[in-house]
Design a protein around this ligand. Sequence first.
Ligand SMILES: O=C(O)C1=C[C@@H](OP(=O)(O)O)[C@@H](O)[C@H](O)C1
Ligand SMILES: C=C(OP(=O)(O)O)C(=O)O
Length: 409
Amino acid sequence: MKLSFRQPSISKFNLQITGSKSISNRYLILKAQFPNLELSGLSESDDTHVLYKAISTLDQKCDEIDIHHAGTAMRFLTAYLSSLPNLEVVLKGSKRMHERPIGILVEAMRELGGHLEYLGSEGFPPLKIYGKSIQKNKISIPANVSSQYITALMLIAPSFKNGLTIFLESKITSKPYLLMTAQALRSVGVEVDMHEEYIRVYPKTKIEPKTIAVESDWSSASYFYSCLALMDHGEFELSTFQKDSLQGDSKVAEFYKLFGIETQFKAGSIFISKKAGVMHPKKIELDLNDTPDLAQTIAVTCLGLDIACDLTGLHTLKVKETDRLVALKTEIEKFGAEVEITSESLKLSPKANLKESVSVKTYQDHRMAMAFAPLAIKVDLEILDPEVVSKSFPDFWEKIKVLGIQQNH
Ligand SMILES: O=C(O)C1=C[C@@H](OP(=O)(O)O)[C@@H](O)[C@H](O)C1
Ligand SMILES: C=C(OP(=O)(O)O)C(=O)O
């Protein structure tokens, strides 16, 4: 899809962003345990649809569940299905999912008494899962590879007879996602103690009827922050968001102050604005250990604004939808800038006049497509396989069109 930019006649926009896929997928696992939980505003993303479908088909005695590219669905279901007595099922995903590690979670479930077998390479999906009633109530787990393993355990812990204490080894990665899980559990009445070294989730068999409205997705909102940063000025209203969000990526509001963007919360919306002629810094340095999904957005904003950036805390990026560090380096360098990467960092030396009409590969990664699209405000470019956005934000292209980003197939 070829992208170019035509300045729209207005500079104020109102955009409704789909529900958070992280929040949605947590509540779907909770609803499977507590059916009187009602959910509204669920994410329209593929990742939420596959999880919803997987849970719904469990009643129909299916032999195989395919969760495609959805990391949260893979991890949350590995734990959940292992804890359902008498179930026997194969859990598989896309080719890339079978390259994304799951060994730490499988080990943890086995230590708790679960029965899981690898059908391909040791440490990776696909898995054959034989559900068991879990009796143990303590487990130790490395916390520095993916927070999703820990969330997966926390989400099923209320149904264990004695709850679960999870001892966290090593530095916690993507910590806000664990706080989000704890808040989701508490919101339905499950007690949770969070500490640096351990998390305790208390048992709960029934909850009071409850309706949860899912907040919109802050990671998705980040692409509109990037668009505004690349425009001279403007004001967007994005809904529905809260000031005290459960989502760690709400940190985007603070990060984009660096690019001259102000965020205000009013009646369930955020109003983000940029004044004409704001000065940008020459260089920014950020540790993104808590917010890994913002790395691509920020790197491309810096590329478009000719700002050097030094991003650290990126050790999880290699095992996401693609190796995002290599993908970013390869695609950013096509525009003429230079990028140095290590296993956990990215350093961008920008270039004032970016190359035009570059074709950006997306590597089956929704965030590659969505992070590079705003760059069309500065230079014409092409995004290959644009449909990848449906993993988290199916109507991304319609939404971004409103801002003046023209799309030709
Ligand atoms: O729990 C979640 O919903 C997520 C946790 C993060 O993964 P890691 O903990 O693997 O970094 C994040 O990157 C992912 O998009 C969603
Ligand atoms: C890493 C992501 O998702 P997941 O790990 O759930 O596939 C993402 O959405 O950026």
